[in-house]
Design a protein around this ligand. Structure first.
Ligand code: SF4
Length: 280
């Protein structure tokens, strides 16, 4: 079974995920459908179940655009990852799960908008087509266990840590095993060198879509754009309950970038500069 050592900079993007076995063929993607400060314990359990079962990466996906772009960057940086187990509960507002499935199935159009996505802004314009195409080729199957928006039944497959564990373990069997309609086994690494790309440098230049946001028309819309560049830790050090609340106040001119101490850290320099440009 051919496996490759991921590059030194892997995984290139930060986020709410944990790194597990670099040689595993599977990553776990738990949809985070909650913008509250605390990540629901059930969703944390799913992330840990993926990691315990041997996933290469296991973490949260919250948005259909920047969050998805970061996930793609991390996956194409490790050619060993050939499957994604998609679980948790779909987020009614952002539809990141449906967007991910549509991306695998249909790709993107000329403007790098995910074809078939029903999300409000499924634009992947911060990453090159090379990353998008590579993701679609490298990941052979997305195991869809996703529960519907608002699903409360913890026994639903996508909310059940044991089902997630089983899905992950099935992905690294030596020969094909049937799992909920999928035929899964470890097919080895994708035989093309890793791509190590980060979106931070791109975000230092306002994106066309961002540049057209008319702050005068919609402060709320501006806030929704700004939040994508905030650290999204919801740590409350700025005095706001969430990064989104802070972003909306930024858009309204009620808060300043300096009020977020996390943004002062060197790793957020590029995002801070991009935010400053958008607020000019
Ligand atoms: S301090 Fe920064 S990172 Fe923390 S909640 Fe406020 S905006 Fe988000």
């Amino acid at each position: 079974m051919l496996k490759v050592t991921p590059p030194e900079r892997y995984p290139p993007e930060e986020g709410r995920y944990a790194r597990g076995n670099d040689f595993s063929p599977v990553a776990v993607c738990v949809i985070l459908d909650d913008f509250d400060f605390k990540i629901p314990p059930r969703l944390q359990e799913l992330v840990m179940a993926g990691l315990d079962a041997g996933a290469a990466l296991s973490g949260m996906l919250q948005t259909e655009n920047v969050g998805t772009e970061k996930m793609l960057c991390n996956i194409v940086a490790n050619p060993n990852i050939r499957y994604i187990v998609l679980c948790g509960r779909e987020s009614a507002g952002h539809l990141p799960g449906q967007t991910l499935l549509a991306l695998k199935e249909h790709g993107v159009d000329m403007k790098q908008r995910v074809v078939g996505s029903e999300a409000p802004t499924p634009n992947l314009s911060n990453i090159p087509m090379e990353v998008i195409s590579r993701f679609r080729e490298q990941v052979v199957t997305i195991v869809d266990l996703l529960a519907k928006p608002g699903e409360k039944d913890d026994a639903a497959p996508g909310l059940d840590p044991k089902t997630v564990e089983e899905a992950v373990r099935t992905c690294y069997q030596e020969s094909p095993v049937e799992f909920r309609g999928y035929s899964l086994y470890d097919i080895g690494a994708f035989l093309v060198p890793a791509i190590c790309y980060t979106i931070a440098s791109k975000l230092t230049q306002p994106m066309p879509a961002m540049a057209t946001v008319d702050a005068g028309k919609s402060k709320m819309a501006l806030g929704l754009t700004l939040v994508k560049l905030l650290p999204q830790t919801n740590c409350q050090e700025c005095g706001k309950r969430t990064c989104l609340a802070f972003a909306i106040d930024l858009g309204k001119g009620k808060s300043r970038l300096e009020d977020c101490p996390v943004l002062e850290r060197p790793e957020h320099n590029a995002d801070r500069q991009a935010l400053a440009k958008l607020l000019e």
